[in-house]
Design a protein around this ligand. Sequence first.
Ligand code: MN
Length: 285
Amino acid sequence: MSARRLQAVIESVAASDGAGVKLRRSLGSTPSRRFDPFLMLDEFFSDDPDDYIAGFPSHPHRGFETVTYMLDGRMRHEDSFGHVGEIGPGGVQWMTAARGIIHSEMPLQSEGRMRGFQLWINLPSREKMKPAAYREIPPGEIPIAALAGGGDARVIAGTLRQGSVDVSGPMAGLSADPQYYDLRLPPGAAVTIPTAAAHNVFLYVYEGEAVVGDDARALPLRSAGLLTPGDEVRIVAGAAGAGLLLLGGNPIGERVAQYGPFVMNTPEEIQQAIRDYQQGVLAAG
Ligand code: MN
């Protein structure tokens, strides 16, 4: 086994998206801060309705997947294919925009805490123009795996092995072969998480603090830690414990052209996406 280490830390920066939702953006805060196949990771976290109440009114996507994972609060999704859904604490919405979808994501609350994540996963060129798809995963469909070193993991995608026990998340069959784990570690817990050797893997600490790798580098709160290659990673929680996401996926290795919510391979394909949206055919068929 070869152990992964931290190779770079991307601190999150304050950003605003949708109609003015305040969030923290780590991956994707600049074009150079991507980690193939991952384009962006946003954390939205506020007790102040002014930070989230405006939501994300109707907007398009083409060329990739968006994954929303809620910790607190509720959002309502509606899209151009007639999907309507509510996502609440512990729930996931996995939307494959592919050739095009127009959707809105609006808060279903006017007070209290709203907290969650949105991850963008790129699609390879051969899949960018396939039909859009949408899946809602309620919390009861997300298995929880006990970790040998303490704590547990919600397995949203991928298969997590601890000892001789495999726990598989509900999302499977995607070309990125993603691992998406939410790790909850009590103070001082030391865990080893297997990772596919072909994957790019990063961590994002949303609570407490964690030390990563056998060289014990600290990964600060609200930062993404990109890992070196390897087939496992060792994580030790700080004195207050840690909550962190582990995200892994097969790199695509293609050119990326991005204009806001459109992510293609070339500027010409971006121009086509803009034209299709303006002509009302982005999300057709
Ligand atoms: Mn969206």
